[in-house]
Write a protein that binds this ligand. Sequence first.
Ligand code: HEM
Length: 324
Amino acid sequence: MSASRSSQRFRHSKLSLFVALATVVAAARAQLSPTFYASSCPAALVTIKTAVRAAVLLDRRTAGSLLRLHFHDCFVQGCDASVLLDDTGNFTGEKGAGPNAGSLRGFGVIDTIKALLEALCPRTVSCADILAVAARDSVVALGGPSWTVPLGRRDSTTASLSTANTDLPSPASSLSTLLAAFARKGLSSTDMVALSGAHTMGQAQCQNYRGRIYNDTDINAAFAASLRAGCPAAGGGGASAPLDATSPNAFDNAYYGNLVAQRGLLHSDQELFNGGSTDALVRSYAASPAQFSSDFAAGMVRMSGIGVLTGSSGQIRRNCRRVN
Ligand code: HEM
């Protein structure tokens, strides 16, 4: 076979895989419904919103932590609350994976919400749905857009440490690696750029931006210098820094303005605006909060539909940390 025919076949098989993935995602999402708990647990949504608001009032960072929990759930086995399972003697969960260990936060808030819902409507509201709704309510709590969350996800009885290590993108990723990681989950380049805007909130640890502030050249010099004091070049430790130094406690489009000014904190953040195919969209979001908000909300609904368990698959865990 000629080289060009074989590369054509490769492209074709990649396209078929993408179409198949997108179909699975769409089919699963079709079984979810925003009114899923309307009769079985009418107070579910208001209970989650009240608990998220209370937690964010105590510590505004919790908003970002809860949103990230949902992302790290959905990218590993789908949005099935696998991220919440604790390790036991004969079970290894995802909490010890590289991107999660010593980094994921907010588990206690999910436990509190689950306990409230088990008291109100026992064995009814899944941990996976709690994560999806808490992510939306967190964005709203910091002034971001709202959207309707399709519901009816069920919880996994398994987790995958190895998938958490392979499928969650690293902060050292290039643009093409980031695009491929999202494409594997049925998400477009627009989704990737819009969802990265979640980095308008929360913080990163020195180990995740050390390479950027000492080695990258596409970084504003004053910005790099200001971060070096708290994040030494050698050795462990170091401080955490806001992912969006302009407005760390507000959900807004300042993240994209930072990228245009070469003030992205992570190497992977700056990759979205580094002379590549996503530069134009970054500029658009920096100029238009409304376009960012609407693409972010649409991207979240798509991400929340990845690989969900519905019908009689999985279970409704009574305790989000362990299978029934
Ligand atoms: C595009 C690829 C992405 C990469 C490489 C990435 C990487 C990271 C890293 C390294 C951190 C800091 C962790 C730490 O230092 O402990 C972080 C934090 C965060 N990420 Fe991402 N992320 C990506 C996409 C996303 C997406 C899609 C969302 C949500 C929709 C998200 C939400 C967050 C939030 C809110 C935080 C702050 C969490 C907190 O303060 O507790 N990220 N991310």
